[in-house]
Write a protein that binds this ligand. Structure first.
Ligand SMILES: Nc1nc(=O)c2c([nH]1)NC[C@@H]1CN(c3ccc(C(=O)N[C@@H](CCC(=O)O)C(=O)O)cc3)C=[N+]21
Ligand SMILES: [Mg+2]
Length: 285
């Protein structure tokens, strides 16, 4: 079996180019998409992510409004800023970078964002919409996983899809999206018995456990498609996924690398969500 690489960086670029065209079309109608990005505190990883998101906005033609607040900011002040942005006609998307400092209730903050501007798809309204098949904003990483499969010509319908991990930000929404695409979905987690047996049946594996190189090639069915959502550091401090990439060579039919797989797709789908939110709020196509 010749294992094909799923090039997330390239696919993300294609999506950003599509969104750029969409932004140009909006511009001709006098509409300028706007994204507010809020960063509280000085988590160095968060700073890098936020700057990458702003760069993507610039590339696509979305105006970004940046709010960098000190760690000591009160929850009340943050809620007030969100309230102001909810009513700001120039802002179509609001992103509050997570994690927030410990003295803030993340759920409360997310719930303060207007569901129409919730480009992260984290608001319970959008999560609920996804679960009953309504057309809300879908969380970026899970949407990126589906987009990678579709653009790599992977059939989801009828396939055994095994998701390792049940988090609210990846495992659960990915399972709902795969179900929406008519996959046969199994969610595995730390209490799952006979994981090896379940994995052996998987046509599509989505790994989102947060353990470096947790899944090995010999556990896969021959020809499985592997999407690695993990972002870990290996023993040498190098970025690596939840899948032992090298051991999957010759066994998987297609596989995403880390970095260069799902990560860039998260940002591309954020751009997609910003354009969608803009069209919805402005009442244009
Ligand atoms: N409100 C909120 N929304 C988020 O979407 C959100 C968040 N908070 N907090 C943190 C996580 C993490 N996240 C990533 C985005 C891009 C890459 C990415 O582009 N990764 C590249 C480069 C990785 C590197 O070199 O460090 C890659 O995998 O190739 C990774 C991770 C978004 N998150
Ligand atoms: Mg990610």
């Amino acid at each position: 079996m010749n294992t094909q690489l799923i090039d997330g960086k390239q696919i993300a670029l294609e999506i950003k180019d599509e969104q750029k065209k969409a932004a140009e079309a909006l511009s001709l109608k006098g509409v300028q998409p706007g994204l507010a990005v809020i960063l509280v505190g000085d988590n160095s990883a968060s700073k890098v992510y936020v700057s990458n998101k702003k760069k993507a906005c610039e590339y696509v033609g979305i105006k970004s409004f940046s709010y960098e607040l000190p760690t000591e900011t009160s929850e009340e002040e943050l809620l007030e800023l969100i309230h102001t942005l909810n009513h700001d006609k120039c802002v179509h998307g609001i992103l509050v970078q997570l994690p927030l400092p410990k003295h803030m209730d993340e759920q409360k903050v997310i719930m303060a964002i207007s569901p129409l501007k919730d480009v992260d798809g984290f608001h319970p309204y959008n999560v609920g919409a996804l679960s009953i098949g309504l057309n809300g904003l879908v969380s970026c990483t899970p949407a990126g996983v589906i987009e990678l499969l579709k653009r790599s010509n992977v059939t989801i319908q009828g396939k055994n899809c095994v998701i390792i991990g049940r988090s609210n930000i990846v495992g659960k929404p990915v399972s709902l999206l795969l179900l929406r695409e008519h996959g046969t979905v199994t969610i595995c987690h730390s209490k799952t018995q006979n994981l090896e047996l379940i994995l052996q049946q998987a046509d599509i594996v989505v790994a989102a456990v947060g353990i470096a190189k947790f899944i090995k090639g010999h556990q896969l069915k021959e020809g499985a498609v592997v999407i690695d959502v993990g972002m870990n550091r290996d023993e040498n401090g190098k970025l690596c996924g939840d899948v032992d990439f090298d051991s999957c060579q010759g066994i998987a039919s297609q596989i995403t690398p880390v970095p260069g797989g799902v990560g860039p797709m998260t940002i591309a789908m954020l751009m997609h969500n910003c354009i969608r939110a803009t069209k919805n709020q402005e009442g244009v196509n």
